[in-house]
Ligand binder design. Sequence first.
Ligand SMILES: [Zn+2]
Length: 315
Amino acid sequence: MANDSDHVRKREQTSGRDLSYPPLPQPLTVGVYDNHTHLEIADGDDPLSWLDQLDRASSVGVRGVIQVGNDLETSRWSAAMAAREPRMLAAVAIHPNEAPRYAREGTLDDALAEIAELAAQPRVVAVGETGLDFFRTDVAGQPSQHYSFEAHIEIAKANGVAMQIHDRDAHDEVIGTLKRVGAPQFTVFHCFSGDAEMAKICADNGWYLSFSGTVTFKNSVALREALAITPRELLLIETDAPFLTPMPYRGRPNSPYLLPNTLRAMAEHLDTDVSLLAAQISSNTELVYGRWDAQPLNGHHADIDENAQPIGGIA
Ligand SMILES: [Zn+2]
């Protein structure tokens, strides 16, 4: 959901929150994948490096992550890190709240052309996050948002990769666009935020619903109703770290190692076994993106600085 400026704003809104990382959860017996994370965004009093975050995730049964870019800089970084890190695959895009900025600067088409080039790399397995955001982008920015969204849909289809959708206060328009121009074969609603009615529409179209820590929040009643009616074969799970930390740690820094908290809450709500749910979600994830070890690592990137943090300095 987020970009750099979202993050800064979040810090301002929640000053006084606990900025320490939550404790490690009990390891999972059957592992799962984090469908959507931003490991490059620093958070907390003492930000963990992206490799430390992956090590913690591995230690509790999180098998791999989709690292998601929001602009050219973070998309390049995501593709480069995924090319050398076996636990990471990448998604690349210009975020719907970034598209108007590129359009104003007259560089949106150039940016989209580079996204298309990145999307052709073997360990870039999705285009995203793309979509529509009428919460943060005003009416003046919406034409470039629509233009960018449709361009991303074409890039995903042309490369035969999945698409991750960011949809904020734009459910009808996102669904309308997908139906009008045709959705990619694997279309994922990242951080699904609709109700049961929308979940039914997604399911009828074979679109995937990725649930984040918001499903654990006390007031997310409609979201849990959506979860309950989603066919198990369309379920995915994500952290959207460093945002949306699951209960009981809401407000503290998020990281892929906290995915088990969300998984366990989902299993409890669905009255099902955690390991059964994990196996189903892992299988779904590999169907959408392929296996993490199916795409070869690129040795040319072995000299990249492991501690590179392109957006550092936020914390
Ligand atoms: Zn995101």
